[in-house]
Structure formats: C-alpha cells, structure tokens
Design a protein around this ligand. Structure first.
Ligand code: AMP
Ligand code: ZN
Ligand code: FE
Ligand code: FE
Length: 274
C-alpha cells in the first residue's frame, strides 16, 4: 500500500490552515504525494510548493470545481493543470465572482429570517472563493450557531431556509476548464452526486479520467464499489481526505492508503502533464 492525499484545502478557499501548515500535516502523515485542491483558486500554490520542497514532499497543484446539473451538484478535482494559463485564471476569477453573488443571495435569505447579517461582514478579497462555510463562520462569530455543521444543518444545506442555488458551471464546463488548462479531471467524493452513475459515461465522453474511489470518509465497501466503477469505465482511481483544517468538521489526518497500482497509475498520468 502507498499513502497520498490528492484532495486538500487551505485558508485560500474554505480551509482554516495556511498552505505551509497543510504541508506540515502532510509531513506528520508521511505522505508520498500531496496535492492542494482549493476551490476555484491557485493562490496557495507558491507557499505550498516552497514548504513541500523544504520538507522533501512531492507536491503538485490541483483544483476543485463545484458544478451543477439539474439533479444536483457534482464536484470535479483537476490535476496536472498549467497554473499560469491566462484563460484558466480568468475562468476561476469568474467562478469566484459567481460565488460572491450566491453568498449575497444566501445572506438575503437569512436576513428575511431576521438574522442581521450583511455582505460587508464577509471576507472582502475578490481572490477568496466564498462559500457556505464562510457564511457559517460568520454565523458562528455572531453566536447564531456553534459549528459549521450546525449552520449547514439548520440553515445552509439544500432544503434549509438559507439555501440558495449554487451558480457554478455545468459538469461539461468544469471538465473542459480543467482539460483546457492541460489537466485531467476526477469525480470528487462520487457518492454525493446522487445520479453520478447515470451520467458517468457522458462525463467520460467530455473528458473525465478518474473517480475518487479512495475518499477518506468512504467505508471499505464504498471504496471497493467505486474502484470497481472506475475499472469498468477504464478510469483512474484517485484518493484524498478532503481536509479543511481544525474547526471545520473536516479535519481528519491527511492521506489515504491505496494499492501500489493505483498510486503508480495516478503518478504516471500526472507525470505526463507538462
Ligand atoms: P459551497 O461551495 O458553498 O456549496 O459549500 C460547499 C462546501 O461546504 C464543501 O466544500 C465543504 O467544504 C463544506 N461543507 C459542506 N457540508 C458541510 C457540513 N455539513 N459541515 C461543514 N462543512 C460542510
Ligand atoms: Zn471545501
Ligand atoms: Fe467537494
Ligand atoms: Fe473538497
């Protein structure tokens, strides 16, 4: 077995640790490969890459893009991307703009419930991809909830009164964005896309190359199931923790164990990217 983590977040998106601190966790978990996959931004790249070099950990940049389709949401991880590709960077900036519009819509709903929350109280940097976790953190600061999870359960999850539809790209657009930047996409935490299996062949036709079968929160049975799906569609199996850091409800230790063949196939594909 080998140990890597191809799904992690820093405070440049909705995590709570700096890229340097994420690398420290990677060191503590003795990872062979760490990939930072912040939502809609590559702002953590330089710091993470420098810290990983110092710690002698193999590091690569990734991205996570949340997309919407009529039946729900599906997240794509992108690997091996050319981080400095101008049209890629411009597309990410547009996605961050739409995230801010959505955050404003969420706050409007919460105000209608009598909660005094204004957009000025959210982080103001246009570089930060705002999400529901930032709204949750604001609610926590105001004493409305005690944890991010409580905010999701009471207000922010689909079906709750503060929910507003995400304004992300379609799956095909998300896949194209990653491919056009020289990268290859993998379907993140596949279970959350309720009808993923129904659409998988369409997404493969659009350029999907992997499935995150080794998602840390998955049971052994779920890993087996999704690794089987990956094999059936001739896709890579990928894996990661979806680490977000202390205070997020998503701070399990970094890394997942994967069979040698999974690690090697993924590493070889990554090495083929410019
Ligand atoms: P958004 O990007 O605004 O749709 O929010 C999705 C993000 O919220 C995910 O990437 C997770 O980081 C986080 N999230 C989702 N559900 C929960 C939860 N129950 N508790 C804490 N964080 C969550
Ligand atoms: Zn996140
Ligand atoms: Fe995700
Ligand atoms: Fe994630």
């Amino acid at each position: 077995m080998r140990r890597f983590d191809c799904h992690t977040h820093s405070r440049h998106s909705d995590g709570t640790l700096s890229p340097r601190e994420v690398v420290k966790r990677a060191e503590a978990s003795r990872l062979e490969l760490l990939i930072l996959t912040d939502h809609d931004t590559i702002a953590g790249l330089e710091e993470a890459a420098a810290a990983a070099t110092a710690a002698k950990i193999h590091f690569s940049l990734g991205i996570e893009i949340n997309s919407n389709y009529p039946e729900g949401q599906v997240h794509f991880l992108g690997y091996g991307i050319r981080a400095q590709d101008p049209s890629f960077l411009a597309a990410l900036a547009r996605l961050r703009g739409r995230r801010r519009e959505r955050a404003d819509a969420i706050l409007r709903r919460l105000r209608e419930l009598g909660l005094p929350l204004s957009p000025e109280e959210l982080p103001s940097s246009p570089d930060l991809p705002l999400g529901r976790p930032h709204v949750a953190d604001l609610m926590r600061r105001k004493g409305i909830v005690r944890t991010r999870s409580e905010a999701f359960e009471k207000y922010l999850s689909r079906g709750r009164p503060g929910f507003a539809e995400p304004l992300g790209p379609t799956p095909e657009e998300a896949i194209a964005l990653i491919r056009d930047a020289g990268g290859f996409p993998s379907l993140a935490h596949p279970k959350t896309a309720k009808t993923a299996l129904k659409h998988l062949s369409e997404w493969v036709r659009a350029g999907l190359e992997g499935v995150e079968a080794y998602y840390a929160a998955f049971s052994e049975e779920e890993r087996k199931h999704w690794a089987g799906v990956a094999a059936e569609f001739n896709l890579l199996s990928t894996g990661g923790s979806d680490f977000h850091g202390p205070g997020t409800g998503r701070d399990r230790p970094l890394g997942v164990e994967v069979p040698e063949s999974v690690f090697d196939r993924f590493s070889e594909r990554l090495a083929r990217c410019g």
